[in-house]
Structure formats: C-alpha cells, structure tokens
Ligand binder design. Sequence first.
Ligand code: FES
Ligand code: FES
Length: 155
Amino acid sequence: MQFKLTVNNKKYEVDVDGETPLLWVLRDSLHLVGTKFGCGVGQCGACSVHMDGVITRSCLLPVSIVGDANITTVEGLSEKNDHPVQIAWRDIDVPQCGYCQAGQIMTASAFLAQNNNPSKEEIKEAMHGNICRCATYKRIEKAVEKAAELTQTIK
Ligand code: FES
Ligand code: FES
C-alpha cells in the first residue's frame, strides 16, 4: 500500500504493508539508518524519533498511523549538526560504541524543547528509558545539562 510521509521536512511516498513499523520504513525504504533497532518492543529507546516534536518509539509505530505528522530523525535534527544537543554531545564526548546515541540525542532534544532549564532529577527522569549498554549515563546527563545551558544562551 502507498503511504505519503513527511520526514525531516521532505515528502516521501513508500509502498509497504501498513503494519510495518516506521523504524523499518525509515531504515530500509528511506535509507535513514541513524535510527537504530535495539529491542523492537519499546524498551530501549534506540529507535526514538520525533513525531510532530513528541518523542516516539518508531519500532512500535505502524507506518499506517503516521498520517500527516512530521517525523524528525537524527539526520534532520539540524542542518549543520549544530543543534545544542549535538554540540554538547561533542563537547562532552558522550558516545562509546555509539549504537544508542541517536536515540539518546532525539530524547534529549525533545525533552529540552519542553523544558530548557531542567533539574538533575528531571534530566534523569527524561532520559531513564533510553538504555546504553556502554553505560555512558553520566556523560549523557552532563551533556543534557550543557545543552540546556546552550539553549538558554542561544535564546
Ligand atoms: S528498538 Fe524501539 S524501543 Fe528498542
Ligand atoms: S554508547 Fe554503546 S550502547 Fe550507548
């Protein structure tokens, strides 16, 4: 079946089964492979994207219900990799193997869009559903703090 999708502000048309999780449409049909498969059951956050700005697990989202929503993947977060979260991630040198990091960045950016002056506890709470097998959690928390500072400076 044909579906029209808006991903990173670009229009696409894909021909897939309506039950196909958005994750696989992004990766296999659109070749946007920054979004990762981790668990496939909504428990790890590796597949996180924004759906109209709201953090969404693309492994659980059938493509048939995306509709007109604007999907943002890590490839579309900024034009020059200069989103405050991306800058902070580089400054703090967060990743180890890197596998979970797109999901972490997408979760952090959706969170900071709602709350750009979070407490340490709020950061922990916002990020707690994103698993990192390399246990980069301390650096993630520092980077979210730094990104929040950068977001305030930019405004
Ligand atoms: S792959 Fe989607 S939450 Fe783990
Ligand atoms: S950096 Fe390796 S899983 Fe998170």
